[in-house]
Design a protein around this ligand. Structure first.
Ligand SMILES: [Zn+2]
Length: 812
């Protein structure tokens, strides 16, 4: 599953619901033969499932919101009882076919078998991860209970039906048809897929695999899937070679779902996506194109890692997700080298996780879960980003060839079966001869991460570690850190597993620790001599990014003064590399948001100089960054806002990455509320809607922003775009902070309800209320004491860090 663009990570709540087999008889399943008669118009269905299974005693099946009518064991009717989400069937010891007849309704939520509307039409589609297959069929809904699935669907004649496998036969009778699909290989219940509706398909292939994209036809036309096909072909080609195992099914569908809580979902052979992640045309921005390639590669990685080999239980879900996250970047780096995508990985996955994991209110990658809220809170930057970063660190430590060998032999051993994290460590260990288990076990079980303090003393480089916390407090703790050191251009590795280690260096001319930012730790260089040796090194863009990013963390934690940080920024004033230039832009933007008057000149100068550097460049990353820089400049410089806004009337002719700046510039210089609302309503793609929403949140007049917020909450904006969208854009606009805080207070109950059962609101609060709350810490504390909100602790912790920093800067 991909979190990108998600509104909800709630699927994991199921971990708390005891699955039917727990503590009961030993049950085994071989095959489900499922027949569904679906009334598309009345939104209901009747089902018959024939389960080939055995049990040492009475059988228990999972079933949610299904009405079971008859159960037959070996052809004879047997007594059963439905209580809660379980069907108990009195079979005694049993082996053979168990047949269950039942009825159900299409789900109202966005999980199970649900209705995804577009205009006045809809498709029916499934989303089963983690435990929602039981909403369509009685089953043992547990990832380790793998079985073959045979599916037959009867429904309206004029609709297409899509499932994991190709159609085996189709029979028409009157206005109905019956579609039977080929039997799947052995797989987990959460990967089963069914979609019904007026899907239009495009077709292509990769070697023997038939590739399809499916999307609904809307008045404004079909989505354009050329890039999606290309990314899928590249992904399949890469993984088949890397894993040494061909893609297993005869076909693969990429399906665009008009209403989808998640970014994407890896149903085997029938992957579902948000529309924005399959559609690319001439107006698509570089960052959306990157997301398309990355998310498709992520989901296709799951066809092996997740689908072919599945975790034993959901507490290893982080491994599935970390691995798919990590592999996706490998594919994109190979298929689209011009994007230098590892820079995005380090910025988004590693950087995001490091910011989160330096709070006291963090959690280990692998955490035992006690309450449903806790599980939701686990699906965040730590599970995806830190996990993936630790895998990258391990790959760099054992070497990419051995890492690949270990992964491939792991997949071959456990295909069509289940495994746990330690099985993968064992294979990596066998392939490399390195003690991977020890390193991994410590990294996944401990909270937080280290800072390595480096100093020079009598011909030695001294390395010491302790836990890094943004609060500035110190904690003695050690990790086994694979540390990379570059001395005079030569790189060496050591495992720093104690508090302190020394490396002999004789008269070095240059020194750099954590080369290419492969390690999940920060480096604090002590002493002027060592610092000049660092800057004397040949530093890559990743290295320069690392220095800037660590400095920012030290500024926040109080280990670096504002004056020192400012003088470090001077080294980046004419930065030519994408990643460090982006990093400095991000930090100046955060600083502008928390202390606008004090930072406005510094930020303006930097962004103006970046704009002129980027205007000379033609590559896609420069174009992406130029678009971001222009938006930021429009928010702090009225003259530039007018200049950018003057292009608004010719929006269709502007390059895609510059459209946001033209819209924001127009909003800043015109207060054109009605016009922007009209453009918003006329938009036909999600990306355009977000662009206009950004304009609407960027007005100089706070009363207009508040008007937009109320308009949005009245159902005029998709739920998914309120937090990561409206609130995000208003945070970027300091003129709107006071009204946005009032709006948040007025709507806190409604927002909590809107994102109920998900970790979404807490993620938004961490990112945005921690900024908007600067200067009003007491008020935020008061609100959080009156309303119990998940994730309030981390928000307050981050807010206090920003508030302290704002005070330091304002005093200076
Ligand atoms: Zn995933």
């Amino acid at each position: 599953m991909a979190l990108k663009y998600s509104i909800a990570n709630s699927s994991v709540r199921i971990v708390m619901q005891a699955t039917a087999q727990a503590g009961k008889a030993v049950q085994q399943v071989k095959e489900y033969d499922l027949y569904l008669d679906i009334d598309f118009d009345a939104l209901k269905f009747s089902g018959k499932v024939r389960i080939d299974m055995s049990s040492t005693g009475d059988i228990s099946l999972d079933a949610v919101d299904l009405e079971v009518t008859v159960v037959r064991a070996n052809g004879r009717s047997v007594p059963f009882e439905q209580h809660g989400n379980v069907v108990d069937i009195q079979t005694g010891q049993f082996s053979g076919p168990l047949e269950v007849d039942y009825r159900g309704k299409v789900s109202e939520s966005l999980t199970g078998f649900y209705k995804a509307p577009y205009g006045d039409k809809y498709v029916l589609t499934t989303h089963f991860e983690a435990g929602h297959a039981r909403r369509l069929l009685p089953c043992i809904d547990h990832p380790a209970y793998k079985a073959d699935f045979k599916l037959t669907v009867r429904t309206r004649n004029d609709l297409s039906v899509i499932s994991n496998m190709p159609v085996e036969s189709e029979k028409k009778e009157g206005n109905k048809k019956t579609v039977t699909f080929q039997k799947t290989p052995k797989m987990s219940t959460y990967l089963l897929y069914l979609g019904i509706g007026r899907f239009e398909e495009d077709k292509d292939r990769h070697n023997k695999t038939e590739l399809y994209t499916a999307s609904v036809v809307k008045p404004d036309g079909r989505i354009k899937t050329d890039l999606a096909f290309e990314a899928a072909q590249k992904s399949l080609e890469f993984y088949e070679k890397y894993f040494g195992i061909p893609y297993d099914l005869p076909k693969l569908h990429l399906i665009a779902i008009p209403e989808f809580a998640y970014g994407a979902m890896e149903n085997w052979g029938a992957i579902t996506f948000r529309e924005i992640l399959l559609h690319a045309d001439k107006d698509t921005s570089t960052s959306t194109k990157k997301s398309i390639a990355e998310v498709i590669a992520h989901e296709i990685a799951h066809m092996w890692f997740g689908d072919l080999v599945t975790m034993k239980w959901w507490d290893d879900l982080w491994l599935n997700e970390s691995f798919a996250t990590f592999m996706a970047y490998k594919v994109v780096d190979w298929a689209y080298p011009q994007w230098k995508i590892w820079q995005d990985f380090v910025k988004n996955s590693t950087g995001g996780a490091m910011a989160r994991d330096a709070l006291k209110s963090t959690h280990p990658i692998e955490a035992k879960v006690r309450s449903p809220e806790e599980i939701e809170e686990l699906f965040d930057e730590i599970s995806y980003g830190k996990g993936a970063s630790v895998l990258r660190m391990i790959e760099s430590y054992v070497g990419p060839d051995k890492f690949q060998k270990g992964v491939s032999s792991y997949l071959k051993q456990f295909r069509y079966s289940n495994a746990a994290g330690r099985d993968l460590w064992n294979h990596l260990q066998q392939a490399s001869g390195v003690d991977v288990s020890r390193v991994m076990e410590e990294w996944i079980s401990k909270v937080g991460y280290p800072v390595v303090k480096a100093s020079l003393s009598q011909g030695k480089l001294v390395l010491e570690q302790e836990r890094f916390l943004l609060s500035g407090s110190r904690e003695r703790q050690t990790w086994p850190i694979p540390v990379s050191i570059m001395v005079d251009g030569k790189t060496q590795q050591l495992l720093l597993d104690k508090e302190k280690a020394e490396v002999r260096v004789s008269n070095p001319k240059s020194v750099k620790v954590n080369v290419e930012r492969t390690g999940f730790y920060r480096v604090d260089y002590r002493g002027g001599e060592l610092q000049s040796l660092v800057w004397a090194s040949k530093l890559s863009g990743l290295d320069r990014y690392g220095l800037a990013n660590d400095a920012w963390a030290f500024l926040c934690s109080g280990n670096m003064s504002w004056k020192e940080y400012q003088s470090l920024l001077e080294r980046f004033s004419n930065e030519e590399e994408f990643l460090p230039a982006f990093e400095v832009s991000e930090r100046l933007t955060t600083l502008f948001q928390i202390a606008p008057r004090k930072i406005v000149d510094l930020s303006r100068n930097y962004h103006k100089s970046q704009l002129s550097i980027l205007e000379r460049k033609k590559d896609e990353n420069s174009s992406l960054l130029k678009g971001t820089v222009a938006v930021r400049l429009a928010l702090l410089d009225d003259a530039y806002a007018r200049e950018a806004g003057s292009k608004f009337k010719n929006l269709s002719t502007i390059e895609p990455d510059m459209k946001r700046a033209a819209i924001v510039g127009h909003a800043r210089s015109s207060n054109d509320y009605d016009g922007l609302i009209e453009w918003y309503n006329k938009s036909t793609t999600d990306e355009d809607r977000l662009r206009y929403l950004e304009g609407l949140a960027s007005f100089k007049r706070p009363d207009l922003v508040r008007k937009v917020q109320d308009w949005a909450m009245a159902g005029n904006v998709k739920r998914q775009d309120i937090g990561r969208g409206l609130l995000q854009f208003a945070t970027a606009n300091p003129d709107a902070h006071a009204v946005t805080w009032e709006w948040f207070k007025d709507n806190v109950e409604k927002l909590d309800k809107m994102y109920e059962g998900t970790a979404t609101l807490s993620a938004y609060m961490r990112a945005y209320i921690s900024i908007i709350g600067v200067g009003r810490v007491g008020e935020v504390e008061k609100l959080f004491s009156e309303h119990k909100l998940a994730g309030a602790d981390a928000t307050l912790e981050r807010l206090k860090i920003h508030d302290r920093l704002a005070k330091e800067i304002t005093k200076a």
